[in-house]
Design a protein around this ligand. Sequence first.
Ligand code: FAD
Length: 482
Amino acid sequence: MREPPQDRLRDENERPIQGQRDFVLYWMVASRRTRHNFAMDRAVAWAVRLRRPLVVLEALRCDYPYASERIHRFILEGMADNARSLKSKPVLYHPYVETARGAGKGLLAALAKSACIIVTDRFPAFFLPRMLKTAAAKVDVRLESVDGSGLLPLSASPKAFARAHDFRRYLHRELPHHLAEFPKASALSGVDLPRLKHPPDAIRRRWPPAPPNLLKGTGLEKLPLDKTVPSVTLRGGMESAKTTLNEFLERGLPAYAEGHSHPDAEATSGLSPYLHFGHVGSHQIFSALLDRLDGSMERIGRSAENWWGLGPNAEAFFDQLVTWRELGFNFCALRDDADRYAGLPVWARDTLERHKKDRRPNHYDFPTLAGARTDDALWNAAQRELLATGRIHNYLRMLWGKRVIQWTREPEEAFRLLIRLNDTYALDGRDPNSYNGIGWVFGRYDRPWPERPIFGKVRYMTSASTRRKLHLSRWLARYSDT
Ligand SMILES: Cc1cc2nc3c(=O)[nH]c(=O)nc-3n(C[C@H](O)[C@H](O)[C@H](O)COP(=O)(O)OP(=O)(O)OC[C@H]3O[C@@H](n4cnc5c(N)ncnc54)[C@H](O)[C@@H]3O)c2cc1C
């Protein structure tokens, strides 16, 4: 039985393992997939060791911050995929969807009473660290969390890195030691477990499994969700994630190094919503690239320019997927102010403070920004892309963030508004990289630049220069309002 590396496991409480109880519980909260998932591997290993059935609980409340039809549908589509994938397996999958605020309260504690051990995912942002802590204190059984966030285990970093360059150097030195163990493509293949037909009666009565039509998104309008943020056409779930990955390998990857900054090139992967909800994981993406490009572990780290040994396109892609993405996870795991203005570098806050009284060209409030009604046509187009698709192209997202600094009375307000806009409308929002991306807009990971009004020494971007630099006529035709 393959087990995740020890440095990805953490006991969240000191309660005993109750080996005589009825089942092992995997509480799936972040790696919402049944394949390539260290936590799933760990839960299966416990079930085999204790000779107990495995129950997978995937629950969806309706009172989490920013709960909307958009976010809910994406998660539900993932739950439908998980239900299908576990249907013929020796596992009881319990998809619970809250239909009234607070109705799900008590479900985990009730299941815990029959659990030998609870295995769960560790995710370093949004309300999840708080939820994990509360749950660990409440249950009377061992709660173990598994870190499946990225290629580098979160526990491996000695500090929260202040520059991407330093983190990249650290990765180059340390990552090869962590690439020996991958999660299994199929945690249950060749595994024989005793099977539980249904959850304990008391659970079934009070917290029944979501009916298949709800997992298909029917009846969503009856749930108490923010209806002003409607569903988008992008489908959630590990099957769509796999299709998106395959399409990227076929069409985007060969053009990635040259094209990823240009919206018209459509060379980026579009994987961030799937990564955020755990419908796909970095190890799975890494394996797929190795297969596609005939790579091998032996070639990794031989040269600094072609560190992954897979050529310039993969090099540029892994710089985003591993260096930049994991920088954000690293920061959130080690700092509790990553999503706060106070967590920005001192030099950046100082310089913005000195320019607080500078005259702003305009003031826009949340409804004006959300409705894409500013005087900047390029910004409005980026916001319209966000409203319509739940995503913004990376380069335009930087401009989208920078412009808001000029449109609020003070930078703290811009910071709050950006988080609210991003977390409300972006499918990949509420992620370590939401707070890191917005932090970057205000100087995190950057250096001081020549001083100018409003921004001080924080890097400045203009819509005019962005238009000049990028290929975006097709993109603009899609999202501008004229
Ligand atoms: C203001 C602002 C807000 C942002 N908010 C988010 C957010 O809420 N969620 C989010 O995942 N990313 C966020 N980013 C980072 C980046 O914009 C997105 O990750 C990227 O656009 C996703 O598109 P893709 O999957 O096609 O990326 P690709 O170019 O295909 O990259 C592959 C993966 O690498 C990671 N990645 C790419 N660029 C970055 C980056 N600059 N920083 C960190 N990781 C990156 C993502 O996981 C992405 O899916 C933000 C950036 C800015 C400037």
